[in-house]
Ligand binder design. Structure first.
Ligand SMILES: *Cc1c(COP(=O)(O)O)cnc(C)c1O
Length: 232
C-alpha cells in the first residue's frame, strides 16, 4: 500500500523540522511550498484542509483554473515565463520565483493591478552555470538587481535556483552555499531592502538546501507522488 497524501505531507514536514534541527534553525524560518503542477484540485483541497497554505504551479492555464476554485490560497508561479503570458501571472499570483530577465520584471510590474499588494518576485539563478538551463548567472543577477528593485508594483525578495542533480549531501550543498553567498552579497550592498528569500531545495535535496539557508523549499513528488505528464 502506498502512503496517503496526508501521510506523505506529514513525512515531508517532519523532514523539514529535522533538517532545521540539524542546522540549528527555527522551523518557522522555512516555508513549505507544495508544488502541485499536473495534480488535481482534490489533492490541493486535501492539503489545504490539513493546514497547507502555499502552492506552486508551473503551467499557466492549469494554474488559473485551480486559482479560480481556491482563490484564498497563496499561489506561487515557478515555471518558465513567456513574455506574452505575464499579464495573467501579474493578476493572479502572490509570488513569482522564475523571473530571469528585466523585460519580464518590467511587464509584471506594469501589469500588476493597483488594488493588489506588490507582487513578490525572485530572480532565477543558473547557479551551476549549465548552458541549456534558464536563469541568470550570478554576475547578471548583481547587474540587474538595481533596475528591478525600482519597479513600482514588484517587491524583489530574493533568489531561486534549481541546481544540477547531485547524489551526496556534500555535493548538493555546494550550489546552495553559493546561492546564500550571493543573497548575502546583495543584501549587504542594499541593507535597506527586504531581500530575505532563498527558494531552493526540492524532494531530493531539501536537507542540503535547509543546511545552507533555504527559506522556501519547493516540494512536489514527495508530497503528491510521481507526476504523469501524459496530458501536458
Ligand atoms: C516541479 C518543480 C519542483 C518540485 O520538484 P520535486 O522534485 O517533484 O519535488 C520544484 N521546483 C520547480 C521549479 C519545479 O518545476
Amino acid at each position: 500500500m502506498s502512503d496517503s497524501i496526508v501521510q506523505r505531507y506529514q513525512n515531508v514536514k517532519n523532514r523539514i523540522d529535522q533538517a532545521c534541527h540539524n542546522a540549528k534553525r527555527d522551523p518557522h524560518s522555512v516555508q513549505l511550498l507544495a508544488v502541485s503542477k499536473t495534480k488535481p484540485i482534490e489533492d490541493i483541497k486535501i492539503l489545504a484542509d490539513n493546514g497547507q497554505n502555499a502552492f506552486g504551479e508551473n503551467y499557466l492555464q492549469e494554474s488559473l483554473s485551480k486559482i479560480e476554485i481556491c482563490p484564498d490560497l497563496e499561489w506561487h508561479f515557478i515555471g518558465p515565463i513567456q513574455s506574452n503570458k505575464t499579464k495573467p501571472i501579474a493578476e493572479n499570483f502572490q509570488w513569482v520565483h522564475s523571473v530571469d530577465r528585466l523585460k519580464i520584471a518590467q511587464r509584471l510590474s506594469s501589469q500588476r493591478p493597483e488594488h493588489l499588494e506588490p507582487l513578490n518576485i525572485l530572480l532565477e539563478v543558473n547557479i551551476s552555470e549549465e548552458p541549456s538551463k534558464a536563469g541568470l548567472s550570478p554576475q547578471e543577477v548583481i547587474d540587474i538587481v538595481p533596475q528591478i528593485a525600482v519597479l513600482q508594483n514588484l517587491k524583489l525578495r530574493g533568489l531561486m535556483a534549481i541546481p544540477q542533480k547531485a547524489e551526496s549531501l556534500e555535493q548538493q550543498r555546494k550550489p546552495f552555499e553559493q546561492m546564500k553567498a550571493l543573497l548575502d552579497e546583495i543584501q549587504t550592498q542594499h541593507p535597506d531592502w527586504q531581500f530575505d528569500t532563498l527558494s531552493m531545495g526540492m524532494s531530493a535535496d531539501l536537507e542540503a538546501a535547509i543546511l545552507e539557508g533555504a527559506t522556501i523549499v519547493r516540494i512536489g513528488t514527495d508530497i503528491f507522488g510521481a507526476r504523469d505528464y501524459a496530458n501536458k
